[in-house]
Design a protein around this ligand. Structure first.
Ligand code: NAD
Length: 240
């Protein structure tokens, strides 16, 4: 069984997930870097962080849950689960026909049902360790915003799962969520109009950095009492 605390960070070869993986490794954890496709990148980051790597496509929740169960059977320990991986799908909220049942199913599978399966596979290990889950949600799950209606609805449901699991898994496992507004990642680099909104209206006058998200995740992991919270990280934009 691993001596160090073990953290699994889904979708950690890029953006926010990579930043969280780097932060938790710097805090002394054995980090399992995960990706669906980019195996060589994942193995490179895992080696750099002294952790390990898991490849699992979250577009099939059953397969993803089984892959995590197999990983944890081998590792024997899990202290922290970060459900970070997700897909966005830009569709105007007014274009109802474009949000087809197929689009709904694909988004819900990756953003909602797979995090559930991964949490289910992780729960017995987290309970033994007195560990915690942090779901990476979005302000789109709290306010009527976001890249598409299915994306926003997937995050709203993830927020509710956060609260339901906090009740179901306490006192052994704490479950929280971070709901960022705009975060500066390669994915959002071209979203200049959204960035302008943050520069003009958010009390903090800037979007978040991936490190801002990682800092909050680390604080939620460290605090032994907070559970069932969905913490907005939007620089105060929701106040305006
Ligand atoms: P990103 O695209 O860099 O990261 C998403 C990760 O999920 C990638 O590593 C990707 O490989 C992984 N992923 C996607 N589909 C997968 C699949 N089928 N199987 C396995 N892995 C899969 O984007 P990001 O901005 O770093 O987003 C990270 C999280 O933060 C997401 O949950 C996103 O919804 C949330 N978020 C981001 C922002 C933002 O402004 N960037 C704002 C609010 C919330």
């Amino acid at each position: 069984m691993a001596e160090r605390h073990v953290a699994l960070v889904t979708g950690s070869t890029s953006g926010i997930g990579e930043s969280i993986a780097r932060r938790l490794a710097a805090d002394g954890m054995h980090v399992v870097v995960h990706s669906g496709r980019s195996r060589s990148e994942g193995e490179r980051i895992a080696a750099e962080l002294g952790g390990s790597y898991l490849q699992a496509d979250l577009s099939d929740a059953g397969t993803a849950g089984a892959a995590v169960a197999e990983l944890l059977h081998g590792l024997g320990r899990l202290d922290v689960l970060i459900n970070n991986a997700a897909i966005g799908w830009p569709i105007a909220h007014t274009d109802l026909d474009a949000a087809t049942p197929e689009v709904w199913r694909r988004i819900l599978e990756v953003n909602l049902i797979s995090p559930w399966s991964v949490a289910a596979a992780s729960a017995p290990y987290l309970a033994r360790a007195g560990g915690s889950i942090v779901n990476i949600s979005s302000h789109a799950g709290v306010r009527p915003k976001g890249s598409s209606v299915p994306y926003a609805a997937s995050k709203a449901a993830l927020n509710h799962i956060t609260k339901l699991l906090a009740v179901a898994l306490g006192p052994d496992v704490r479950v929280n969520a971070v709901a960022p507004g705009l975060v500066e990642t390669p994915m959002t680099a071209a979203w200049t109009d959204v960035r302008d909104l943050w520069l003009a209206r958010a009390p903090m006058r800037r979007p978040a950095t991936p490190a801002d998200v990682a800092d909050l995740v680390a604080a939620l992991i460290a605090n032994p009492y907070v559970t069932g919270e969905v913490v907005l990280l939007d620089g105060g934009l929701n106040l305006t």
